[in-house]
Design a protein around this ligand. Structure first.
Ligand code: GDP
Length: 467
């Protein structure tokens, strides 16, 4: 009997959940960006500021005093990892603050708002909003392009693209020496996959962003499984059954069917609003090739938001679209605020092709630069008789305070974009430097959220209309 009542109460719980969702449909906010773009810090800071009602003047519902309570609640998807908000916040705001562990897979967090109604005489508007924040690696969106390619095309395109990259030299030598028509030898297949993964890791270190298959860098619980034990190979003259080539082909197809498609079907397709974070300053610092690579990669990532670009995805989406997309250049606290408009302009220019080509009709888009957690303060010094605006912070490497001037970001983004497109090796007339700042020690009073730059603007654009 007890198991029966348990079963009934469980299904009633489920019913209550679905009834609640019927009346208060949750809003699903996707947070993505390439590795290191700043997703983990963004979500942690956003949630902390919303929970503590931090300095969020640009969030209209907040400045109008309409947000009564904000709570973390159990998330609806019971099999998805929960975004580890509490540990990340402890890392950022403890006595020895440090940056938290970055995003490695998809995770989720539900934030529930109780709101005072906003309309005429207070008669309209929701009184409750569930916000489901879904964090996932941008690299996984790149995998969409694999769905249209069979193994032989993917292998050929990949080998052609990476052939001249020094980081790929070891893998290329190993792949060229391989004869795919010979019978599969598992240790050799593993060796090839390991060499290809090592290439992807080295390429990421060098600032390349075109790093598919996305799970090779962020494997999660799939590490070591056969769906991740493949690599691009030169096509042999014959591909008999049981050959290395055939097995690679089978695993590549399994990767598409068992890894890529479920992610798009179960998570991506349910997103209502999306923020795409970009480390534009990091790319500018790494040089023209990294900027051009970021531009190309973002264009590829954005095809996922382009209805019709992929037949399979259009069928899954069934006409549903992301309503708003925010493109945010992160880590703007490396610059004095005088330079923020230049950073935003470069971000917009980087995306302009993709935005022009993409039919985002129905989706509103905006670009801005922000810092989820401000690690620096602004300062001004005299240099050669003129004032130089810069920032100061505590260096990760030494723990000491240092001043930094990142360089003259041109106000005309073409001065960054053009040399990048033309394949320049380095910036000719400028130098850009970056320092790794640690999060600052914070002495917040109760009710104060961590300091940030324009996190409230981002929140207003993404969810303000539903508050
Ligand atoms: P993810 O891989 O997208 O989850 O990236 P993270 O959120 O882990 O951020 C990667 C790194 O970028 C962090 O470890 C920090 O070093 C840096 N970072 C992220 N956000 C900020 C920010 O607002 N200000 C500064 N100064 N650094 C940041």
């Amino acid at each position: 009997l007890s198991s029966l009542t348990h079963g009934i109460s469980r299904s009633l719980d489920g019913l209550a959940g679905s009834v609640t969702d019927l009346f208060d449909p949750p809003l699903r906010l996707g947070v993505t960006g390439l590795s290191g773009a700043g997703k983990t810090v963004f979500i942690t800071a956003l949630v902390a500021n919303l929970l503590d009602r931090g300095r969020m003047p640009q969030l209209v519902a907040h400045s109008q005093g309409r947000i009564e309570t904000v709570l973390l609640q159990p998330q609806p998807d019971l099999t998805l990892p929960r975004f580890d908000f509490e540990s990340h916040l402890t890392d950022l705001m403890g006595s020895d603050p440090r940056w938290p562990q970055s995003t490695r897979a998809v995770s989720e967090l539900r934030l529930s708002f109780r709101l005072r109604p906003s309309g005429f005489l207070g008669l309209t508007g929701n009184t409750r909003l569930h916000l489901d924040i879904v964090d996932y690696p941008g690299e996984w969106l790149l995998d969409l392009s694999l769905l249209d390619k069979d193994y032989s095309r993917w292998a050929e395109e990949t080998l052609t693209r990476i052939a001249k990259r020094p980081e790929a030299a070891d893998f290329m030598a190993q792949a060229r020496a391989e004869d795919g028509s010979l019978a599969l030898d598992e240790p050799r297949a593993q060796g090839l996959a390991a060499a290809f993964t090592a290439y992807l890791q080295a390429a990421r270190g060098k600032g390349w962003s075109d790093l598919t298959p996305g799970r090779f860098l962020l494997p999660g619980e799939l590490a070591g499984s056969p769906v991740l034990t493949f690599a691009p190979l030169p096509q042999p003259a014959s591909t008999p059954r049981g050959s290395l080539w055939r097995e690679m082909e089978r695993r590549y197809e399994a990767y598409k069917a068992k890894v890529v498609k479920p992610f798009f079907r179960d998570h991506f397709s349910r997103i209502d609003r999306q923020v795409v974070l970009m480390d534009v300053l990091g790319a500018v610092h790494a040089g023209p090739r990294a900027v051009e690579d970021l531009r190309r990669t973002m264009a590829e990532i954005l095809t996922a938001f382009r209805p019709g670009a992929n037949g399979w995805l259009s069928r899954i989406l069934g006409g549903k679209r992301v309503e708003k997309i925010l493109f945010a250049a992160t880590k703007a606290d490396h610059l004095h605020h005088h330079q923020h408009p230049a950073l935003t302009a470069i971000t917009e220019a980087l995306l302009s092709d993709a935005r022009r080509r993409a039919d985002f009709s129905g989706a509103r888009t905006m670009a801005l630069s922000l810092a989820s957690l401000r690690a620096t303060v602004e300062d001004s010094v005299q240099r050669d008789g003129a004032p130089l605006d810069l920032v100061r912070g505590r260096l990760i490497s030494t723990g000491k305070q240092a001043a930094m001037y990142a360089g003259d970001l041109p106000t005309d983004p073409a001065r960054i974009l053009a040399p990048a497109r033309e394949g320049a090796e380095r910036w000719l007339d400028a130098d850009f430097s970056l320092m790794g700042f640690a999060p600052a020690r914070m002495t917040l009073k109760p009710g104060e959220g961590p300091p940030h730059i324009r996190l409230d603007r981002a929140a207003e654009f993404l969810i303000g209309d539903r508050l």
